[in-house]
Design a binder for this molecule. Sequence first.
Ligand code: PLP
Length: 371
Amino acid sequence: MTIKFLDLEAAHEELSSEIDAALRRVVRSGQFIHGPEVESFETAFAAYCEARHCIGVGNGLDALHLILRALEIGPGDEVIVSSNTFIATWLAVTMVGAIPIPVEPDPDTHNIDPRRVANAITSRTKAILPTHLYGQPADLDPLLELAKHHGLRLVEDAAQAHGARYKERRIGGHGDAVAWSFYPGKNLGALGDGGAVTTDDPKIAERVRMLGNYGSRTKYVNPVRGYNSRLDPVHAAVLSVKLRHLDEWNARRVAVAGHYSRQLADSGLGLPVVPDWADPAWHLYVVRAPHRQALVDHLREAGVQTLIHYPIPPHLQAAYADLGLARGSLPIAEQLATEVLSLPIGPHMSAAEVDAVEAAVQAFYADEAAR
Ligand SMILES: *Cc1c(COP(=O)(O)O)cnc(C)c1O
């Protein structure tokens, strides 16, 4: 038996007739850029996120990039990011010529530590850009407070957090603007690249839309230098189908996570810590694993696929060597990178598969203890 890290085939199988109908509809419509499929998805996703506006864009990195451009953040500006995130968060900052200022995470939640953010603010800081890592909301209230106090923007990287809630309210409209990815493996995934921006601010919405469409509101009139970054109707149509099932699919992820957290409590793994104000979307179930490589090998032999999110923090990537952030400069992110392991989780995992993962983990640490 192989237990897949994420079973995308099963996801598409469950919705195959609805997805086929959506694809046929797009092909028949003859409209392959802009149009009603995109508009209706944008309306539905904004409503789902409890935000006023949604703009479809090409992918999650573009969503972040276009937000920073819309906020006129550029060369010389500083943007506070988590030291523990996927590199795209940092890439968006450097794409506009600004400087990523990494702040260490809370070692329990792995999300940016608001208590450390205050110390990182300088006269050049323009924005705070937390990631809702693994689908766990970052602690937004203290960040909103700091942003208000210092006149900064709050931009959220919600690429892993479709459906998550912070203090009962959905992620999507807490900060000035929120970036989403519909990469196929995300909780809400397209059949290729896709992304969106949600915001309550009509000015930001308008600017993001213009920037993603060549810097143009009216065809062939270009007030600013823009990009081509749009959500294609084919993806919007499929996402509209999947959005109707997102809450149910997330509920199944919650069930898998709950099972792991109960059954693995005494296993030897460090388990996810969920603050009482958080309703995570459980994009990933990330543990801290003593003897990680040996556990990965053991699980692989037992047929259990695992992944590491992420093995190398952005500041230690060759891509960011020029920032001069040496090994040892961000010890919490560096330590997490050596310990974290993502167990299989998804809406199509059977109870038997969840049990098998747990048994394989228990067996490994029982053997370790015996040695
Ligand atoms: C997936 C992801 C992105 C990038 O999204 P793409 O659609 O792949 O460009 C950005 N940030 C985080 C945290 C992600 O997980």
